[in-house]
Design a protein around this ligand. Sequence first.
Ligand SMILES: Cc1cc2nc3c(=O)[nH]c(=O)nc-3n(C[C@H](O)[C@H](O)[C@H](O)COP(=O)(O)OP(=O)(O)OC[C@H]3O[C@@H](n4cnc5c(N)ncnc54)[C@H](O)[C@@H]3O)c2cc1C
Length: 569
Amino acid sequence: MWDVAIIGGGPAGSTCGSILKRYAPGKRVLILEREKFPREHVGESQLPPINQILVEMGVWDKIEAANFPIKVGATYRWGNTNDLWDFELFPASEFRDEPRPAKFEGQRTKTAFQVDRAVYDQILLDHAKELGCEVREETRVVEVLHSGDRVDGLRLDGGEIVEARHYVDASGGSGIIRRTMGVELDEPGGLKNIAIWDYWQNAEWAISIGVGGTRVQVMSLGYGWLWFIPIGPTRSSLGLVVPAEYYKKSGMKPKEIYEKAIREDPLVRSLIENATPEGQMRTTKDWNFVAKRMSGENWMLAGESAGFADPILAAGMTLAHAGAREAAYTILALDRGSHPAEWLKEQYRENQASRIYQHIRFANFWYHANGCFTDLKAYTSEIARDAGLELDPNEAFQWLGTGGFVFEKVFNGLAGFPLGAVKDIVELFLQKEASLKSAEFNYFTMNLEGAQREKYALYGNGRVEAQERLVRDGKTLPFSGMYYVLAQIISQNGGIDYIVGAMVHAILERGVAKDPDAAMEFGMPYLESMVRDGWVTGEYIEGGPTLEYDLPRFASSIHVNRDMPVPSA
Ligand SMILES: Cc1cc2nc3c(=O)[nH]c(=O)nc-3n(C[C@H](O)[C@H](O)[C@H](O)COP(=O)(O)OP(=O)(O)OC[C@H]3O[C@@H](n4cnc5c(N)ncnc54)[C@H](O)[C@@H]3O)c2cc1C
């Protein structure tokens, strides 16, 4: 009898296993993986929040030692012009040359990796083994034995039956427990895409930044988009995403439409001019869903088996690592009996679902707002219709925050983007300014009417802590961090001059910002989120002090590309 049996040795399975062993070395954890690693897998471009999880797992140094390209940002052709623009995780012009392998500090805390999944997934799985998980490769789970909602055991392809107290389905798109338990899926419309990709040897990088740094390339065509992701010193991933419907109607074979797309994109074409394709074309489709249940009596879904949004946001692995970490924390807390089981499981579901829905909403917006999709007007307006998305930037901005701008309970923004970046993206795509709600007023009042107090789960140091928050209409307000500080200040005196003075003082006192300007930049997005989510009501008092401000401009992180020569068509 194992304590935990995990199906799948991808990032979700290894993360769950490593976190379990890190905090409870005595637990008997089994990971069952049908393939022999290394095995190829799509999904190579990461986001910075993964770093912290790799550090917690104790594997960041091993990943860094593998010499994956450092993702310093992304360059896009997307939006209303054909001009390239960059999203910089760290300003390329300030990125210092630094020998590798480097430590997880300084500039490297802001960047991400572009990983060759064959190598990356193997490092993670070996690490889980090193921490004490039993890993069985080439071992397929062929049947989930169950009575009602309870898993009784897993039948392996050799006939053996494995039993455990907890089961984690980290089997990716297979979702073997999810399917066995008949978990319904929500497929919130819009994104029905197909991806076709191959790997290339010796392609040029579009840009080299410092030692080993670059930007991934996301290039729109009239009917889809190409990703170009260097994943090693000589290996790059190059893929095409098109609506499945468009692909079907085109009558082309995957190879034909893939080659046509590359021929039609001058930048990508120039990068692979002297490169060789590995020649094993791969395809996948229908990845857009959210599982309606994420746990049962003794099982949980983790990673992609629980749901996925779309590759455009490069967030799949971030969701998988973050979710699998929380699955491990939930199992640890269930075993400790520290909180009611139903609450722990519901918190787990709520976290995964709100993240995935938020990403799907954001991805819908990216597709809908892309004027470069000249052949896909009908398709993108269908997305807009399904989503109820308006084109007006103010409405679009508010619609993106349907699930609340107080995202991830403490993070202020959407789908991993800070609030100011979300506003910049809306303005960039819709070519019109979105206004700030908080800047329209000079007097503010807390509005907590009808809100319910409840506890939410915070995951840290191997434990689940129950923290207080308010909820109303699907929006939340935590009793912690800047939200708590601002709520107290506004309750004392709602004048904007008082709020700003007290807020700046509080931020400087806590050492979160170095000077008053930085403190304003840090604090004001919180006020804007609280106003947008309805926790604070504003009014304009004639003759009262006013304040002109904008959210911190992300001009330094989102801007027209200025360092890449663009080949002409
Ligand atoms: C076209 C496309 C592009 C993407 N691009 C990106 C990107 O740029 N960045 C990003 O972060 N994410 C991206 N993703 C998402 C990313 O690939 C996934 O989010 C990630 O792989 C999920 O990890 P996982 O561990 O949940 O599942 P997986 O990585 O799929 O791992 C599941 C494992 O389970 C094993 N398994 C399955 N069934 C069984 C069984 N019955 N028995 C035993 N083992 C089993 C499989 O062999 C596999 O190793 C992309 C996805 C798609 C579809």
